[in-house]
Design a protein around this ligand. Structure first.
Ligand SMILES: [Zn+2]
Length: 475
């Protein structure tokens, strides 16, 4: 009753559905995320609809009866209930059947059936999961000619959090949410990509796996090597710098830096750090770079519902902002304002990262890629946040930005044609990330698929890297 009351509160407040994936989010969250979801309203619901009825029920006197008496009693009750149900169904069976067939999402909206079904599904998936660890790219190796003595190649992969494609002015949104990136001539915006999941617990590990969305299963990143393992095996120096809730298994064997670990940083408080803390760590890494390196920056981005806590006050471009986690109580425009301000801040952080990379252009060839883990609902159709079952989730939760910043020197070294990349229009998804990062890093393995590498089709034929590549494709 207590769990159901808490669940009903969140479903009512944010319009969420509850399934196995959402239970995974609940079990894999951290204290900071939980803190942002607590409210007096939650306490009232849990006390009033959970604790109070539970206390009343526990005080009901139970009259001991013999086994036979109890069985007769229960049989009578069941018969009565089934009788009434049958009566109701005979009139409306066709309607009920089609309702449940056409609205499978209802199953994730009925409390507490959704909670019980989610617990069952989650436990079954965990128990049935294979135990052996799979080496996905055991033969990962660099292409010849990609490494250059004394001049490291540095790729920064920024993983956004809750950044929905539709809210970027780069993608046609009506407000200037990405002014700094838009002013970068070296930026290649691939547009909208389809996320692997609607919540971090699924999409973050999935986007780093070679198997793609169709074959991804919960917890796979703990049983199979990720993109980062492939890069490391090929000889790259691989770092994961985190300002979020961890990497869900994909960075378990590479070097990890908790960006918030130095609490003395400006921009860090009890609720965590602004994403700028990633830039300090990035600068430290760049200063120490000696060989080809891939650095992942895991942002806090637009993580809700407290969007107003994701940016310093100077980034409040749009006002008024919703400054509570009770998003449904706020004026819808103020929710969007807070989200958009957080996006303006992300634009600033990405621009700053690019500036840091540019500052190292005298001694390294650098590149940056940005892709978000999933999108967000901002009250459209009464739905907030993310994590809806994939098949019913609105596009806002599934469509994420996908872009790359590539200066001329890096394009030349990798043999890539900017005009070709700018004109790419093929639809993308998280399935492209694994192969694209291998591609741009000059790493090949049997699992690498050139068709899924966004850069592959724009490689200039005369580049030595390409000739090795095409030989490998044929064999
Ligand atoms: Zn996320």
């Amino acid at each position: 009753m207590v769990a159901a009351a808490a669940l009903a509160y969140f479903m009512n407040r944010y319009g969420i559905a509850f399934d196995r994936g959402m239970l995974g989010n609940v079990l894999e969250t951290d204290a900071a995320e939980v803190g942002e979801l607590l409210s007096p309203g939650l306490l009232v619901w849990v006390l009033g609809l959970g604790v109070l009825p539970a206390v009343v029920l526990s005080r009901m006197p139970l009259t001991p009866r013999g086994l036979l008496g109890a069985l007769v009693d229960k049989a009578a009750t069941l018969t009565a209930l089934l009788g009434v149900s049958a009566l109701l169904l005979t009139g409306f069976f066709a309607s009920y059947a089609s309702l449940f067939r056409n609205h499978r999402d209802l199953r994730s909206q009925l409390v507490p059936i959704n909670l019980l079904a989610a617990a069952h599904g989650y436990a079954r998936a965990r128990i049935n999961a294979p135990r052996e660890f799979v080496l996905a790219a055991a033969d990962a190796a660099r292409l010849s000619g990609v490494e250059q003595a004394g001049r490291p190649l540095v790729l920064v992969l920024v993983v956004g959090e809750t950044t929905r494609a539709a809210s970027l002015s780069l993608n046609g949104y009506g407000r200037p949410t990405t002014p700094m990136l838009a002013a970068r001539p070296d930026l290649i915006n691939f547009g909208t990509a389809e996320a692997c999941g609607t919540a971090t617990a699924t999409s973050l590990p999935c986007m780093f796996m070679d198997v793609g969305r169709a074959a991804y299963a919960d917890g796979l990143a703990y049983r199979r090597e990720s993109l980062l393992d492939a890069l490391q095996r090929a000889g790259l120096d691989v770092w994961w710098i985190d300002n979020n809730s961890g990497c869900k298994g994909v960075c378990d064997r590479v070097q990890v830096v908790d960006a918030a670990s130095l609490a003395s940083d400006a921009g860090c408080g009890v609720e965590g750090c602004f994403d700028e803390v990633l830039l300090d760590r990035l600068d430290q890494r760049l200063a120490a770079v000696e060989r080809d390196t891939v650095i992942v920056l895991h942002m806090k981005g637009q993580h809700g519902p407290a969007y107003y806590r994701r940016y310093p006050p100077t980034f409040e471009r749009f006002a008024p902002v919703c400054s509570t986690n009770a998003l449904d109580r706020c004026d819808p425009a103020s929710v969007v304002n807070a989200y958009d301000n957080a996006l303006v801040y992300t634009d600033h952080v990405l621009d700053w990262a690019i500036t840091s990379l540019s500052a190292n252009s005298n001694r390294a060839d650098t590149a940056l890629m940005f892709v978000s883990d999933h999108g967000e609902s901002l009250g459209e159709s009464g739905i907030f946040l993310h994590g809806m079952p994939y098949d019913f989730a609105p596009p806002y939760q599934k469509e994420v930005p996908f872009m790359a910043w590539l200066p001329e020197a890096t394009l030349g070294r990798l043999g890539l044609d900017r005009g070709c990349l700018m004109q790419r229009t093929a639809s993308l998804s998280h399935d492209n990330l694994y192969h694209s990062v291998l591609g741009i890093s000059g790493v090949r393995a049997t699992v690498y698929r050139a068709q899924a590498d966004v850069f592959a089709a724009c490689r200039v034929a005369t580049q030595p890297a390409t000739s090795v590549d095409s030989r490998k494709e044929k064999t």
